[in-house]
Design a protein around this ligand. Structure first.
Ligand SMILES: Nc1nc2c(c(=O)[nH]1)N[C@H]1C(S)=C(S)[C@@H](COP(=O)(O)OP(=O)(O)OC[C@H]3O[C@@H](n4cnc5c(=O)[nH]c(N)nc54)[C@H](O)[C@@H]3O)O[C@H]1N2
Ligand SMILES: Nc1nc2c(c(=O)[nH]1)N[C@H]1C(S)=C(S)[C@@H](COP(=O)(O)OP(=O)(O)OC[C@H]3O[C@@H](n4cnc5c(=O)[nH]c(N)nc54)[C@H](O)[C@@H]3O)O[C@H]1N2
Ligand code: SF4
Ligand SMILES: [Mo]
Length: 735
């Protein structure tokens, strides 16, 4: 063995992208530890980040192309034979049914993989396909929809100025566990503690007393009622004269309409439904308006209800009315730093691929958000005959059978496609139904600079990494495979031909258009970039690589960006888009009496969605998947801690153990998603755990959730995963 060497890189599992030191010997990743020299993560990494060497070196990884046999097993095949068969089958689908019958699903790790993001985007654009799906319709598409309505710019996502805020109200997010979302903030817990240290306050509005709520001030709320609470805050701000009307009028239109909309919702009228006492809501409104550095920040908990787009828009409107939008210490806009940013935003908004409603889905008529349709509809798009039926699907770094509503329906539908191809590290519960699994390199086997989060860093920062080891086995970067597909299909359309041409000619000229070249260009044009020589000391990819722990490109976020970010006429935020106003008419909850409990989701420190339950380091100490319930609800049902219970909704039933805890509101049950390894995937240890009597393999909570178009949120097609009516029934006592 040659002497181990340390290489500086960064983790790309979740959004802070903590700095890492990888120890490598003989081309093998031996271990990972946090990078003390990283300017922001400063020697911090979480257990998932450290355990990633388990994943890189996992015996269960798919390292060769696999082709499915009729009996459901897989055979190893060569890349050549896999690619020629895939191209032949795609060609047939394209010739008979057109590019609109070919689609893709981009899972969460795609956004941390710039090559995959750009090349898959290009490939599907060239096909002209409406069938682009992603984890975002279970995550953040309503955030983009809300930004479309408010700012005329779907990609304008405000983030809390966490370094300077004095009152941070966290609504439906658990950053101590999730490490922050739609906000890249390494050491986010320390940042929250920092707010308190400088005399400020963090309030956590959540039905569960989460790990974040426990450390700060918990304000419990009934699930899926955040829009009502926000309307009450707005009501108080107007009624008590807390809104600086002149300042707001300079920034926004539709102010009077919002005042009118909020009129029926004084806190006294909503407290019974939200569970937030009127006096508490009134005080919160006053505090937000009265603190010069305050911000409301919402995430998954405010996105997965029935009115997620409205709720998200209202969060921003509360910030705006309280004088906290786009100001220091408030909710601010990051920047890519490109010149002509507003013109770019307008062009992107119009292009369809980045705006709202450019196309509507065949099933259910849902507007596309940033070029994507609701993933809840994938199964029905496959099984419903007619023009535009989805017949060939690429699964890119995703496991939707566990992550979208009604995975059983999707698993069955995948078997009916003419072609299903997955790019993945593993055989998972979804690609178990694919025709081909193509091995992808893990994040430490590719160079990268993650574009997606550049404008979401609360301290503007840039980092690029080289691969720390060569691609394992026969794994091949996804972007390369897309180029090969375009090459094989070049005669089918001028656009496909163009994509293939650029690849072929640039390679022949010895200057291949690859992710590194694109990234270099974007770094040079972006914040801190050298603008191709105009700024002498600016960054380019080579200079960034020479600073392997990364570079802080600005000390703070910049205020006063609204006039750049907003593309509406007059550069003013629009508060009264008719679509949003109409949603206010749909706020009343009517729950079935036989399903008196409400389901919510939760995340755990040692899981990342569906894909880290096979790591020995993360399984240590015995992991189990349990539902959390309040003692009063348990007593009423005669269930004790550790009992196996059956959880039933109008859409399905699952069985799992229960944990009884006072850290959750009565009437609410929290169940983590991402479990339910059932043996169809190749995750040996996760599947063994599933078979064990303890039930540690867990259940797929998304079987309780509806994929019916009638149950999706209307403006962004978001799955309704929080606030789902359920009942819990004693099933068995262990032992
Ligand atoms: N009930 C409920 N359901 C939810 C949520 C919830 O809160 N509640 N949250 C939703 C959210 S926010 C999300 S983001 C989704 C996630 O949903 P998905 O994205 O569908 O699921 P993941 O578990 O992230 O799947 C990741 C897959 O990518 C593979 N992978 C990892 N790295 C790479 C790589 O570098 N290249 C390739 N090709 N493959 C790779 C992994 O092996 C794994 O199979 O789940 C959603 N589902
Ligand atoms: N350890 C770990 N980290 C992760 C992930 C993971 O799986 N594991 N996933 C990553 C991904 S893909 C994402 S998108 C982010 C998500 O990041 P977060 O949104 O911070 O994570 P969650 O834990 O889902 O937090 C959502 C919170 O909303 C609460 N909630 C549920 N319903 C409601 C409601 O109706 N109203 C209110 N006010 N609150 C509600 C839940 O109790 C929960 O505490 O995390 C990322 N980080
Ligand atoms: S918090 Fe953990 S998983 Fe997320 S980037 Fe940091 S080390 Fe990786
Ligand atoms: Mo997510």
């Amino acid at each position: 063995m040659t002497a181990p060497v340390d290489k500086t890189t960064f983790c790309r599992i979740c959004e802070p992208m903590c700095g890492m030191i990888a120890t490598v010997s003989d081309g093998r990743l031996l271990r990972l530890r946090p990078d003390p020299a990283h300017p922001l993560s400063e020697g911090y990494a979480c257990p998932k980040g450290i355990a990633f060497s388990d994943i890189v070196n996992d015996d269960d990884r798919v390292l060769h192309p696999l082709r499915r046999r009729p009996d459901g097993g897989f055979d190893r095949v060569s890349w050549d034979s896999a690619m020629s068969e895939i191209i032949a089958r795609l060609r047939k689908v394209h010739t008979e049914h057109g590019g609109e019958s070919i689609g893709g699903y981009l899972g969460n790790p795609s956004v941390f993989n710039t090559g995959l993001m750009i090349w898959s985007g290009l490939f599907f654009q060239m096909l002209g396909s409406p069938h682009i799906y992603s984890s975002n319709s279970q995550d953040a598409n309503n955030r983009y929809a809300a930004s479309h309505f408010l700012y005329g710019n779907a990609l304008a996502v405000p983030i809390p100025d966490i370094e300077r805020v004095e009152l941070l109200v966290v609504v439906g997010a658990n950053p101590v566990v999730s490490h922050g979302s739609l906000m890249s903030t390494p050491r986010v817990r320390d940042k929250l503690v920092g707010i308190r240290r400088r005399g400020g306050r963090v309030v956590v509005i959540d039905p569960r007393r989460t790990e974040t709520a426990r450390e700060f001030d918990w304000m419990p709320i009934r699930p899926d009622t955040d829009a009502l609470l926000m309307l009450s805050l707005i009501n108080v701000m107007f009624a008590e004269g807390l809104v600086d009307l002149r300042a707001v009028a300079a920034k926004a239109t539709g102010v009077a309409a919002i005042e009118k909309l909020s009129a029926p919702y004084p806190p006294e009228a909503t407290e019974e439904r939200t569970g937030v006492p009127a006096a508490t809501a009134r005080k919160l409104a006053r505090d937000l308006a009265g603190t010069s550095r305050a911000a409301v920040y919402g995430r998954v908990g405010t996105c997965l209800g029935r009115n997620g787009t409205l709720t998200t828009a209202l969060l921003d409107i509360v910030n705006l009315l309280a004088g906290n939008l786009d100001s220091v210490g408030g909710s601010m806009f990051g920047t890519m730093g490109f010149p002509a940013e507003r013109a770019i935003a307008r062009a992107m908004q119009r292009s369809g691929g980045f705006g709202w409603g450019a196309r509507t889905s065949r099933i259910g008529g849902f507007p596309q958000v940033a070029g994507q349709a609701p993933a809840s509809l994938m199964a029905k798009e496959i099984t419903t005959p007619g023009p535009g039926q989805l017949r060939a699907l690429f699964l890119c770094a995703g496991n939707p059978v566990l992550s979208v509503p009604n995975g059983a329906e999707l698993a069955k539908a995948l078997g009916q496609t003419d072609l299903c191809v997955s790019f993945d590290l593993y055989r998972n519960e979804t690609n178990a139904n694919a025709d081909f699994i193509l091995p992808a390199p893990s994040m430490y086997e590719r160079p990268d600079h993650v574009l997606m989060f550049q404008s979401l860093y609360t301290t503007p920062f840039k980092q690029a990494t080289d691969p720390v080891i060569a691609p394992m086995g026969e794994s091949r970067a996804e972007w390369q495979v897309f180029n090969e597909l375009a090459g094989g299909l070049a005669d089918l359309s001028p656009k496909m031909r163009a994509m293939a041409f650029v690849d072929r000619v640039s390679r022949r000229l010895g200057r291949p258009v690859d992710p590194q070249r694109v990234i270099d260009g974007l770094i040079r044009m972006g914040q801190g970039g050298d603008r191709f020589g105009i700024r002498r000391r600016g960054l380019n990819l080579a200079r960034l690589r020479a600073e392997p722990s990364g570079v802080v490109v600005a000390e703070h976020l910049r205020p006063g960006r609204l006039r750049t970010v907003v593309t509406h006429r007059g550069r003013k935020v629009k508060l009264d888009a008719p679509e949003l106003v109409e949603e206010c008419g749909r706020l009343d909850l009517d729950e079935p009496a036989d399903l008196p409990l409400l389901l919510i989701g939760m995340r755990e420190v040692r899981s990342e969605n569906t894909w880290q339950h096979n790591s020995p380091m993360l399984l240590r100490g015995g992991r189990s998947h349990t539902a959390r319930m309040h003692p009063d609800d348990a007593d009423a049902r005669g269930v004790a801690d550790g009992d196996i219970v059956s959880v039933r909704s109008a859409h399905g039933e699952i069985v799992l153990p229960i944990t009884i805890t006072a850290d959750i509101s009565p009437g609410v049950v929290a169940i983590p998603h991402g479990w339910g390894h059932n043996g169809s995937g190749g995750w040996t240890r996760a599947n063994d755990a599933a078979r064990a009597d303890s039930g540690t393999g867990g259940a797929n909570v998304n079987q309780l959730i509806s994929s019916d178009p009638a149950d999706l949120e209307r403006l962004a097609g978001m799955a309704r995963m929080n606030g789902v009516p359920i009942e819990v029934i004693a099933h068995a006592r262990p032992g």
